[in-house]
Design a protein around this ligand. Structure first.
Ligand SMILES: [Mn+2]
Length: 311
């Protein structure tokens, strides 16, 4: 048996060997993301149920935890994309010790197994109009490569960020995104694609902000209220229940918020938060990820049993 972690370590060393190799790798990743975007013509990845999914939350430069998770996967199950799909919920960089290695590992996985790896965009993979704080990744690159080369590499990463999908869904099963359900189209008669992507560029930018920044709130009788983060909204269980009922999904899985045990449940278990990194500046005890077999019936009352924690 050869673990996916060992396999990725050698690929990562190649991509990182020098500046020119890195630029070439980034261009290769961009080709993969852009060709998929052109095929879908949307920032949504839709699937039919049938596969097993391993879902990973915020990493923020925690390469060690990512390796621990990938260690549990045999590389052979990824070949041919028949047995397992990987979904990443965004926030690969900022605030962590191995930001570049972490995002390159994720991108390399995408390039190696394009049909069974989905890398969603987080708010730390930002558009220029919505930079989070801190956003130390560009500084990190300039420290590593010098000002000019570091700036060039960051520009290539910005192209990658804007090519990443925002939402993955598996019909009748789950919706995965970084922050939360957008509230703007709550209770409106719109298609699933319109619900997330809107019908104009202005609306798309508002929905993008919500998808990347929203958090669930458990206070009843609140549909939405502005987020204390300064961007996005807090969305109530009314939004979740309406959304899941109307579009026929069982639950929403998202990252974005640290959780002491690596995960938390909101809205009666219908919103699962995964946080897949440990260490400063966060104080969570564990990292978590999720394993969902979409060929089997989903039991909402056992939703916790789909979550795996690592110490
Ligand atoms: Mn986030």
């Amino acid at each position: 048996m050869s673990s996916l972690a060992d396999f990725m370590v050698s690929r990562l060393a190649e991509a990182l060997s020098d500046y020119n190799a890195l630029v070439k790798s980034l261009e290769r990743y961009q080709e993969v993301l852009i060709s998929e975007y052109k095929q879908r013509r949307s920032y949504m990845v839709g699937k039919e149920p049938g596969s097993k999914f391993l879902i990973i939350g915020d990493l923020h430069g925690d390469l060690d935890t990512l390796k621990k998770i990938l260690n549990k996967v045999d590389v052979s199950v990824m070949k041919g994309c028949k047995e397992l799909e990987l979904t990443f919920l965004g926030d690969y960089i900022d605030r962590g010790p191995n930001q570049l290695e972490t995002i390159l590992t994720v991108l390399e996985l995408k390039a190696e197994f394009p049909e069974c790896v989905t890398i969603l965009r987080g708010n730390h993979e930002p558009p220029p109009f919505l930079i989070p704080s801190p956003h130390d990744f560009p500084h990190e690159l300039r420290l590593l490569f010098g000002y000019e080369k570091g700036t060039n590499i960051y520009a290539k990463f910005q192209e990658l960020f804007s090519s990443m999908p925002l939402v993955q869904y598996v019909n009748k099963t789950f919706v995965a995104l970084h922050g939360g359900l957008p509230t703007e189209n709550y209770r409106r008669e719109v298609t699933l694609v319109e619900f997330f992507m809107g019908v104009s560029e202005d609306q798309f930018n508002r929905l993008l902000t919500e998808i990347l920044w929203n958090d669930p709130i458990d206070i009843t009788n609140v549909d939405r209220k502005p987020s204390p983060r300064g961007a996005g909204y807090l969305f109530g269980s009314s939004v979740t229940n309406w959304f899941l009922g109307k579009y026929n999904f069982k639950f929403v899985v998202r990252g974005h918020e640290p959780a002491y045990e690596g995960f938390k449940l909101n809205h009666n278990g219908r919103v699962v938060t995964l946080f897949s990194r440990v260490g400063e500046p966060y104080f969570n005890k564990r990292a978590a990820y999720m394993f969902v077999d979409t060929s089997a019936e989903i039991s909402l009352k056992d939703i916790k049993s789909y979550v795996k924690v690592i110490d």
